[in-house]
Design a protein around this ligand. Structure first.
Ligand code: AMP
Ligand code: FE
Ligand code: FE
Ligand code: ZN
Length: 272
């Protein structure tokens, strides 16, 4: 049987409901050979996942998903095979996590102006260890009875461009690519169909981008075909993954999008 890899998985160190050990058990249970741990702006889930994976013979790719901003849009850059012990990377991520805390406070303030009172501390408690983000805020809003679903919190208030959204992200995609390259990782543009403006891809390639996430649950087949073509045009690797957030999304997505293991070999060849 062909070995399969899911190259985009979150843990509870960012906004998945699954701690690393649970992520690993689940991946092994559904027969994956390899997963990439790609938490938002944090890498502390990697080591516990690697430890848990030993007994299953599952391969863990140390990764990260950096949040950047380009002309008001949020752009996510994945970094595969980063040196997760790199002190400069750790320092930069710690700064980004601090900014995330302030960003939540700012969104909580904006929500108050719309009659929605959420306790920021409650959001941080949901965030647990690691990075805090909008999915935690949306869950707090839902739990507080302010929205009928988590999705509604994004749709009405904190989704990109909605009235209570605060971006305040102090990193451009080009910077994010640079941070990943400095940490010896392979930078890949995450789910461009969700957030992107394809017009910027040329500039990312100039900045050192090496791949594009072609396969993603929010990319319908026609969109994947489109990004396959772009990847060919720019000579980029084509990655894919489920962007699993445990129960943070409506269902557990792990394994719903995979790539053949050969792609992992290609990513390894890209490391410097
Ligand atoms: P942040 O990193 O704080 O900007 O939050 C981004 C995260 O919010 C994404 O990775 C998703 O987990 C989540 N998210 C964004 N938009 C939505 C949405 N419409 N519905 C559910 N979750 C979303
Ligand atoms: Fe997320
Ligand atoms: Fe993302
Ligand atoms: Zn993600």
């Amino acid at each position: 049987m062909q070995k399969k890899a899911d190259l985009h998985v979150h843990t509870s160190f960012s906004d998945s409901t699954f701690p690393p050990g649970h992520v690993v058990d689940y991946a092994a249970k559904i027969g994956l050979a390899c997963i990439a741990i790609c938490d938002h702006d944090v890498i502390d889930g990697i080591e516990p996942a690697m430890r848990a994976a030993q007994q299953h013979g599952l391969e863990i790719i140390p990764g990260v998903e950096l949040t950047a901003e380009k002309q008001g849009s949020e752009i996510h850059i994945l970094g595969f095979f980063i040196d997760w012990q790199d002190t400069a990377l750790r320092r930069r991520l710690a700064q980004l996590c601090e900014q995330r805390i302030q960003r939540i406070r700012d969104m909580v303030d904006k929500l108050k102006g719309h009659g929605i009172v959420v306790d920021a501390e409650e959001v941080f408690a949901l965030g647990g260890e690691g990075s805090v983000g909008r999915l935690h805020l949306a869950r707090a809003m839902h739990q507080g009875g302010h929205t009928k679903t988590v999705e509604e919190a994004f749709r009405k208030y904190i989704g990109n461009g909605k009235p209570c959204h605060v971006s305040k992200i102090n990193l451009t995609p080009e910077d994010a690519i640079g941070e990943i390259v400095k940490a010896k990782g392979v930078p890949v543009l995450a789910h461009p169909g969700v957030m992107g403006n394809d017009g910027f891809i040329a500039s990312y390639v100039k900045g050192g981008l090496r791949g594009i996430e072609v396969y993603h649950p929010e990319h319908p087949p026609a969109l994947s075909r489109h990004y396959e073509k772009l990847a060919g045009q720019y000579d980029l690797l084509m990655t894919g993954g489920s962007d699993c957030h445990g129960y943070g999304k409506e269902r557990i997505l792990m394994g719903s999008v995979t790539v053949p293991y050969e792609l992992v070999e290609k990513l390894k060849d890209e490391r410097r």
